[in-house]
Design a protein around this ligand. Sequence first.
Ligand code: FES
Length: 79
Amino acid sequence: MRVSNLGSEAMYVCICNAITESQVRQAVEAGAEDLWDLQAATGIATGCGSCKETAADILREGRSRRRKFEPQIYVPSLA
Ligand code: FES
């Protein structure tokens, strides 16, 4: 399932903990690197776990988007 095709900012992705897609995206933008980071930041996937795959999809999308905008560091050769 492509999360970006689902639309609404206020869509709940974790029913057990009432976590919205927007909250998860904010956690990823703030630096969440894996599911444990997302769980610590939002509480997602700490109940039944049925939202885990959706959380992983949002995480993958957010991380790849974040990497596009990371500055490239030039390291000159010493030779
Ligand atoms: S829906 Fe997220 S833990 Fe149950």
